[in-house]
Design a protein around this ligand. Sequence first.
Ligand code: 21W
Length: 197
Amino acid sequence: MRFDILTLFPAMFSSPFQESILGKAIEKGLIEIRAVNIRDFTLDKHRIVDDAPYGGGQGMVMKVEPIARAMEWVKSQDSSAWRIYLTPQGRRFDQEKARTLSSRSHLVLLCGRYEGVDERVRELLVDEEISIGDYVLTGGELAAMVVIDAVSRLVPGVLGSDQSAEEDSFSDFLLEYPQYTRPSHFKGKDVPEVLLS
Ligand code: 21W
């Protein structure tokens, strides 16, 4: 499965996915994650990606053309790519959405900054809008990471065989239990006797 992240801060994605389970999945070729710098798709000397909103109001708005060029570049490589805009106004992300998205072969995650994107990005350049919850972030990048993490672990082979059992409903209930590992005694808090036998 392939993930393209459209962002003004591609460096934010260099380390988080190199670690642990997702790092292994990348090494195995099960997932591929690419951060695309929207600024590379500007044509002007100053590489401007934002501008003041028409009608006034606070803050800046991300311009449509660099995002359009970046999206078109990705789409030219794979017309089946599914385009997601991470926005506080989007539909709330949940496990069912993670499951649905994991059946796609290619996701494009557009991360907003400033006050968001020009409305024509929403109208013309995205298939779906997703929020990760009712709190305010500084941009869509961390939300994109959450979506990639939750979707990637559902890709066959990404989790080890002992971990993949976690997906069945029986073990949902196992997860509700307190869990212990060694030592059996720690600061007066002991592992329940029934687990030691
Ligand atoms: C936060 C952008 C607040 C804009 C019109 C004019 C992506 C996010 C984000 C951010 C505003 C997600 C407005 C949960 C999040 C994200 C940055 C305010 C108001 N509208 N999921 N001004 N929370 N956040 N815009 O913050 O980009 S997914």
